[in-house]
Design a protein around this ligand. Structure first.
Ligand SMILES: CC[C@H]1O[C@@H](n2cnc3c(N)ncnc32)[C@H](O)[C@@H]1O
Length: 483
């Protein structure tokens, strides 16, 4: 395997770059030197990394929506509406699904059709096709930092274009934007392609330009046990740091048990910091992001606001630096700008009422932290062992063996042997560990918690619990109780 967790040399990087910029005609407009000069003029209040650092120092949680439409003028109108009417602290540009699969020719059709029909016929902003010119027009027309949010296994050309356009953050990573988003992209390929994206950020960093990277914490957003999500965040943070990234935001998707969710953010931050220091990356500034409920949403808008507010409260009480906002149209599809702004206002109302409050460290949280840390350490230790010390190699092998196993992932490179289910308090546990290398006591712990639920529900521990849990929130509850 060629892949190594080693900083790309300038020679390797610039050689790859020739090919990357040829993937679509807009690639030829990326001029690194000119881009550095452009980025040097970005004011602090429009720099993503700086705004996150300021928020963490002030102990506040920032609110960021998802949003993206096909045409530049409409996208600008949307982002400004979310900034002004919604109060968004940070701005996205959610990238469309064709771009995520590097199908830029289909984007071209989508853009033309959107112009013809005067409405967005793409489910996001086709940044590669709009190129540096179009993305700069967006950036210069809004008043907040801008980040690309997507689900792209090969984000190399997208990264080149957005960063040259002043967008100072890119979401994703070689695990988190492959396994939950693609069927047939090898882990080796996506890790390698994201090393390029991280090296590009590292290169800008060496020119004095701060750019943030944000691994996608929620993964499949379906009953992902905290330790499995935390492992992917730690791995992507370490791989990014090796390429020179200095501003990293690790994330977690709400599971719904408040004790477990607050624990997850705390363990995520603590263990990522620990591993960064352990491997010598002392100058990485780490922040956290909490994603409001990523599973099925109720159609009823009032209930949807309940879910949005619940996630906002958990984010605030966990002390997360940022919360990703859902909308009351989540169950229907792409939200209107009004619905999107309403989701942000509801979120910010909760954040401001809870400002300064933190979840007290109860004995329940301490116990949960101990379990989640131990589970995380088992998987990380085995991953490093499989790679004989090389984390990238170890990650490829960990997926091959099911040591890292993301529930309900479409990727054929994911084992799919591990199965989760909620315990009687709604915390996500390991129903079947599959090949995840837990100690006996950790396996027994999950088992006992699920037996507790079985006794309460007067049924056996089984996969039916998992199925019931998947549909529960759409039906207005957290735990899939037997009907
Ligand atoms: C990660 C999945 C999330 O991204 C949201 N999403 C995807 N595309 C868009 C979009 N174009 N505008 C707003 N939200 C979007 C979707 O509703 C879901 O909450």
């Amino acid at each position: 395997m060629k892949l190594r967790n080693k900083r790309l040399s300038d020679g390797e990087f610039f050689e790859m770059r020739k090919d990357v910029l040829s993937h679509w005609p807009t690639g030829k407009d990326v001029d690194l030197k000119e881009a550095v000069d452009y980025l040097k003029k970005v004011p602090d209040e429009k720099n993503f990394a700086k705004k996150l650092k300021k928020a963490k120092e002030e102990g506040i949680t920032l609110a960021q929506p998802r949003a993206g439409v096909a045409l530049i003028d409409k996208h600008i109108e949307l982002l400004n509406y979310l900034s002004k009417e919604g109060g968004a602290d940070l701005l996205p540009s959610t990238i469309d699904s064709y771009t995520r699969q590097n199908r830029y020719d289909e984007c071209e059709v989508g853009i033309k059709e959107s112009i013809k029909n005067n409405r967005s016929l793409l489910n996001g902003f086709p940044a590669v096709n709009h190129g540096v010119k179009g993305c700069r027009e967006v950036f210069e027309s809004v008043d907040k930092p801008v980040q690309a949010r997507h689900g792209t296994p090969d984000s190399r050309l997208l990264a080149e274009i957005i960063h040259a356009s002043g967008w100072t953050s890119n979401e994703g990573g070689g695990i988190s934007y492959n396994i939950p988003y693609a069927k047939g992209v090898s882990v080796e390929k996506s890790l390698s392609d994201w090393q390029y994206c991280d090296r590009l950020v590292g290169f800008y960093g060496e020119q004095g330009i701060e750019i943030n990277r944000e691994p996608f914490g929620p993964l499949t957003g379906t009953l992902v046990p905290p330790s499995m999500a935390i492992v992917t965040g730690i791995i992507e943070a370490l791989l990014a740091a090796e390429q020179g990234v200095k501003s990293i935001t690790v994330g977690f998707g709400q599971c719904g048990n408040m004790v477990q969710d607050v624990t997850a953010i705390k363990v995520l931050e603590e263990m990522t910091e620990k591993y960064l220091k352990l491997y010598g990356y002392d100058d990485v500034y780490l922040t956290t992001v909490f994603h409001q409920w990523m599973g099925g949403f109720p159609e009823d808008e009032a209930k949807a606001f309940g879910v949005i507010s619940f996630g906002s409260a958990t984010a605030a009480l966990s002390g997360a630096t940022k919360v990703i906002v859902k909308t009351p149209h989540e169950a229907i599809g792409i939200p209107t700008k009004e619905a999107n702004a309403a989701g942000i206002r509801a979120t910010k109302m909760v954040l401001s009422m809870l400002e300064g409050q933190r979840m007290p460290i109860s004995k329940e949280i301490e116990a949960e932290m101990e379990v989640v840390k131990a589970e995380t350490a088992c998987i990380m230790d085995k991953t490093f062992e499989l790679g004989k010390g090389d984390l990238a190699v170890g990650t490829v092998k960990a997926f091959e063996l099911g040591v890292i196993d993301i529930p309900f992932a479409p990727s054929k490179y994911n084992c799919g042997k591990m199965m989760p289910a909620r315990d009687n308090d709604g915390a996500v546990r390991y129903l079947m560990a599959g090949n995840v290398p837990f100690t006996k006591e950790l396996i027994d712990f999950s088992r006992e918690k699920l037996e507790e639920r079985a006794r309460y529900e007067n049924r056996k521990v089984s996969f039916q619990m998992t199925v019931d849990d998947i549909f529960a929130v759409g039906k207005g509850r957290l735990i899939g109780r037997p009907e």
